[in-house]
Design a protein around this ligand. Structure first.
Ligand code: LER
Ligand code: MN
Length: 269
């Protein structure tokens, strides 16, 4: 398994669960200094960071790009894949497609988290799930065109009313027969929704494509009460070799959260 740390370049997401903020070169230097394998980037738009600039930063610091987030489509542009407005759904799909293309330059999947939206009013849950399924199906094809992939993330009940558990995520993806869409298992959301973290990961098996490495309180691993030992055992058992990416609050500050994360990672992996 490999380590990654999150960097947000989206001012509107301030207060959100990202370790480093705003200054991409400085964050890359920190990630290298602490010995992370990769960064996970949350850009304001698919064209906000020059491919060549990011390539240089990654190469200079010996880092990979673990994944790119699409949440700015929601927090900044109010786009959603399940909006009642077809024009907004189309724009949301286009935003994610362009983020897939950006990530593909670096072999990094695009994450569908808050862009999945929620069922609301006339968009009942079955309708929202149909919109979401249609979008994931098209994104799977787009990812194939760019030899890339997509991560679909079940979120806790306070952030969506569509898919909360890994089992429901597996049911959604399995029903679509998508090949390039995997689950993003966020241990913070899972702590709220799952009966047992390890069992949920074991059952999700080969659908597990990425892990957000967060403690029970969304602080760095080791700063809450999650028992990571059975979680790691489950990940090993299913043959997971992807990233443990710290999408956590920068508490008590960014540097301390990053340092705690890499210490926990080294202890556990
Ligand atoms: C995104 O990865 C996530 O976990 C959501 O909570 C969006 O904030
Ligand atoms: Mn997450």
């Amino acid at each position: 398994m490999k380590s990654a740390i999150t960097i947000s370049l989206v001012p509107e997401a301030r207060g959100g669960p990202f370790v480093f903020w705003d200054d991409l070169p400085a964050a890359c230097r920190k990630a290298k200094e602490l010995g992370f394998d990769a960064i996970e980037l949350f850009p304001p738009a698919p064209d906000a960071v020059e491919v060549s600039e990011l390539r240089t930063l990654l190469d200079d610091n010996g880092l990979s790009l673990a994944a790119v987030g699409t949440g700015a489509g929601w927090v900044k542009h109010k786009l959603s894949l399940t909006s009642p407005d077809e024009t907004i759904r189309d724009k949301a799909l286009d935003f994610v497609k362009r983020m897939i293309e950006f990530g593909a330059h670096f072999g990094a999947p695009a994450i569908i988290g808050s862009m999945q939206g929620r069922a609301d009013g006339a968009v009942t849950k079955p309708i929202a799930l149909r919109y979401l399924g249609n979008a994931l199906f098209k994104l799977d094809e787009h990812a194939a065109d760019y030899e890339s992939s997509v991560l679909y993330e079940p979120l806790n009940r306070y952030e969506t009313n569509l898919v909360h558990t890994q089992a429901d995520g597996v049911a959604l993806l399995g029903g679509l027969s998508v090949k390039r869409v995997k689950l993003l298992c966020d241990l913070y959301h899972m702590n709220i929704e799952e009966v047992n973290l390890a069992d949920a990961l074991l059952a999700a098996g080969e659908y597990v494509g990425h892990v957000h490495f967060a403690d029970s309180n969304r602080r760095a691993a080791g700063m809450g009460h999650t028992d990571f030992v059975p979680v790691m055992k489950a990940l090993r058992e299913i043959g997971y070799e992807g990233y443990l990416s710290a999408e956590v609050l920068p508490l008590p500050d960014s540097d301390a959260a990053a340092k705690q994360t890499i210490e926990s990672f080294r202890k556990l992996v």
